[in-house]
Write a protein that binds this ligand. Structure first.
Ligand code: ADP
Ligand code: MG
Length: 232
């Protein structure tokens, strides 16, 4: 039946994810174990070993904290929120990173945005993931533009635009695959997690990009009718 099909499809997706997680965590664990064994064998402890161990442990931590956001939907609380304010706060949160690279993040928000019924922490995580990618792709001195607009009366549209390195057509097709990353210290989980959160809020997510020109991420969220009538 239809129901069964949907369930088995979901199962295979999480099975795939579990296999990926196991694989991604086994590598740093093997490295940690190897260096610990070396130190146990009586070899003098080198600073270098300790640094590798601590780096590999941070990697495991990064992977787990990104995945934890996915585990939350079951206990998530959806309440009406001012998404413009939420985005403003998130940009401030990322301020130090932007300042370090001398990147200006310009934010433009429509007046009188309708409230969005959402899980605040999850939406924050989505915005962090996407602006972080834009910061990482942008050379120092660059500009990132974030806009939040009313889309007619039934939706909110968030656009995050950078003039960074861009993404080739081949890579664009793989975007959002778990663990797909082109960064030395990337987890390749940010976009997959973001997409799942957006979809669990009934929203849409799209990425357009041109190599050496830049990348535009567009997110839309539907607004419930009561919200538009001012009951929020
Ligand atoms: P991570 O950032 O850990 O690599 P993500 O899921 O956030 O994982 O992104 C996956 C990949 O998508 C990145 O490694 C990068 O190649 C590409 N990407 C995402 N956003 C951008 C962007 N704004 N500009 C260029 N490339 C991007
Ligand atoms: Mg990322």
């Amino acid at each position: 039946t239809q129901e069964l099909l949907i369930n088995s499809e979901k199962l295979s997706v999480s099975g795939q994810l579990a296999a990926g997680i196991a694989h991604e965590i086994r590598n740093p664990l093997a490295a940690i174990k190897g260096f610990l064994q070396l130190m146990k064998s009586g070899q003098p402890t080198k600073q270098e070993y300790l640094e590798i161990i601590s780096e590999e442990m941070s990697r495991i931590e990064d992977i787990l904290s990104e995945l934890l956001v996915l585990a939350k939907p079951q206990i998530s609380k959806h309440v009406p929120k001012d998404i413009g304010q939420l985005i403003q706060q998130t940009v401030i949160l990322l301020g130090t990173q932007a300042i370090l690279k001398s990147i200006e993040v310009q934010v433009s928000i429509d007046d009188e945005l309708p409230l969005l019924v959402c899980d605040e922490n999850q939406i924050k995580q989505v915005i962090i993931n996407i602006i972080k990618n834009a910061l990482e792709a942008t050379a120092s001195g660059g500009v990132i533009r974030v806009s939040v607009r009313k889309l007619g009366h039934a939706a909110i549209k968030i656009v995050i635009r950078d003039k960074g390195c861009g993404i080739s057509k081949e890579r664009l097709a793989r975007l959002g695959e778990p663990f797909y990353t082109t960064k030395e210290k990337g987890t390749g989980l940010g976009l997959m997690v973001s997409r799942r959160i957006i979809e669990s809020h009934g929203g849409t997510f799209s990425v357009t990009s041109t190599v050496n020109v830049g990348t535009t991420v567009t997110i839309t969220f539907p607004i419930e009718r009561e919200q538009m009538n001012g009951f929020g």
